[in-house]
Design a protein around this ligand. Structure first.
Ligand SMILES: CC(C)(COP(=O)(O)OP(=O)(O)OC[C@H]1O[C@@H](n2cnc3c(N)ncnc32)[C@H](O)[C@@H]1OP(=O)(O)O)[C@@H](O)C(=O)NCCC(=O)NCCS
Length: 435
């Protein structure tokens, strides 16, 4: 473990303005909760809160569920790193998760030495869906996150509440599912566009790499790949959750040993920190497409086309236009695609072929791809970017696209378009200075 850095008041003062008003998602594993000093944890959260850092806590309960199932003589099956959650296990998962949420709320509402009573709230902050049947195995009540209710969380943060999430979520019919808590934390951090995802764990990750305890995403990705066979699956899963968060807009992920006294505060307010730090380069996962990517791009488009989300252009010759295409790739898997068809002489371009594979949606992939294309269009000093969409007008409005009429579209762009009654045309104009 690295040398412990003493907290120094002038350091703290230097860092405070950087974090004020920022959002931080803190994940605590069930095993860490079992081992750590909860008074110290509560005090550290109280410090963050009193510095106006918007804090969300997500906790796991894997350790407690396994312990309770073993005590009750209930066998549970695991496939890879997924537990098959039958109804008996679900009942234990609900009880253990509730107990831990209660425990955290109890400590936070009574931060003894400070006299601060933090306002906490727990509740349904995400919608779950079943993991389903994979490779012929029915995962029953093991679930995945369908949607984070980010607006609800933001509203509570505005009111200075600390939302606390466990890994139990409900689907539209009110059925409960147990999702993977670390994935939930990562997705909450992405949906809130948090500046940090902090993971308080029962293990020390500071010695995973021989280099300093600060890794860039590509280094972490490589490290996970190299150690895939050697490491426990849980470690790879946690690091991947940090990777996914940073690849999708969260500035940093920190992995800290939960039992480290004041670990959270030292990570925030000292230069060397207390744990392993991952930082992201925002477009690192977007790359130019190659001919080899065409089948996957086609497959994503055809799937979206079948669902009526996307109109596949029959006439499109991908191979000829491959230089216009970009893909979002994570750990060798293509999660989404986009194209920029530019008519540089005329100063205009079309944003097209934006599709994100269903299982990677709501993670910020689509947003990242659009931001990438906008930044590219600006670099090419284009004046206007157009697109045509049937279902995603609201999605594009967040970037500044406005609806327009097809007759207003530059003919170089509209010449290949088929006029569709339900298609909306949108445009975004850039000023000469690229803003
Ligand atoms: C639209 C699309 C690219 C978004 O990809 P994504 O990776 O899920 O997007 P992000 O994670 O960056 O952003 C998600 C947010 O955008 C908004 N959003 C996503 N799809 C939307 C849609 N069709 N309409 C309105 N808003 C939408 C939501 O606010 C969503 O927030 P949530 O995650 O809290 O629900 C994806 O849904 C897709 O591939 N759809 C089918 C093809 C398509 O419509 N392409 C665009 C026309 S060319």
């Amino acid at each position: 473990m690295q040398h412990k850095m003493e907290l120094n008041l002038s350091d703290i003062l230097r860092y405070v303005p950087k974090f004020q008003g920022k959002t931080v998602v803190i994940f605590v594993s069930g095993a860490a909760l079992e081992l750590m000093d909860l008074n110290n944890f509560a005090q550290q959260i109280a410090i963050l809160s009193s510095l106006s850092i918007r804090t969300v806590i997500v906790h796991g309960s894997r350790y407690q569920i396994n312990l309770q199932a073993t005590k009750s003589g209930i066998a549970f099956e695991e496939q890879g790193n997924y537990r098959i959650t039958n109804l008996e296990i679900l009942e234990i998962a609900i009880l253990e998760s509730e107990k831990l949420t209660y425990l955290i709320r109890q400590y936070l509402s009574n931060t003894f030495s400070t006299g601060l009573m933090l306002k906490t709230v727990s509740g349904p902050f995400f919608k779950a869906k079943p993991l389903g049947v994979i490779g012929g195995i029915d995962y029953q009540r093991s679930g995945q996150v369908e949607k984070i209710y980010s607006q609800r969380i933001q509203e509570l943060l505005d009111l200075q509440y600390i939302p606390i999430l466990s890994a139990i979520g409900f689907d539209a019919q009110g059925q409960a599912y147990n999702v993977r808590s670390v994935e939930l934390a990562s997705q909450v951090a992405v949906s809130l566009q948090a500046s940090k995802l902090v993971l308080l764990l029962e293990d020390d990750y500071t010695n995973l790499s021989s280099s300093a305890n600060a890794l860039e995403l590509a280094e972490l990705e490589e490290l996970i790949k190299q150690n895939q066979q050697k490491w426990p699956a849980l470690r790879s899963e946690r690091l991947r959750a940090g990777l996914m968060a940073c690849a999708n807009g969260v500035e940093r992920a920190h992995f800290i040993l939960g039992t480290e006294q004041d670990g959270l505060i030292r990570e925030f307010f000292t230069q060397t920190g207390a744990g392993l730090l991952i930082s992201g380069d925002s477009y690192r996962f977007v790359r130019s497409a190659t001919i080899q990517d065409i089948p996957k791009i086609m497959e994503m488009m055809q799937n979206a086309n079948q669902l009526g989300e996307f109109r596949l252009r029959q006439e499109e010759d991908f191979a000829k236009k491959i230089d216009d295409f970009f893909v979002f790739e994570l750990e060798g898997k293509i999660c989404g695609s986009i194209a920029l068809h530019s008519f540089e002489k005329d100063g205009v371009a079309e944003l097209a072929a934006l599709v994100v594979e269903a299982k990677y949606r709501h993670l910020g992939v689509g947003k990242k791809l659009v931001e990438f294309i906008i930044s590219r269009a600006k670099k090419q000093t284009l004046s206007t970017l157009y697109l045509s969409t049937t279902r995603a007008t609201q999605f594009f409005k967040q970037f500044g696209f406005e609806e327009t009429d097809i007759d207003e579209v530059h003919p170089m762009v509209s010449q290949n378009w088929i006029r569709e009654r339900n298609a909306k045309i949108m445009r975004i104009a850039f000023s000469a200075n690229g803003s």
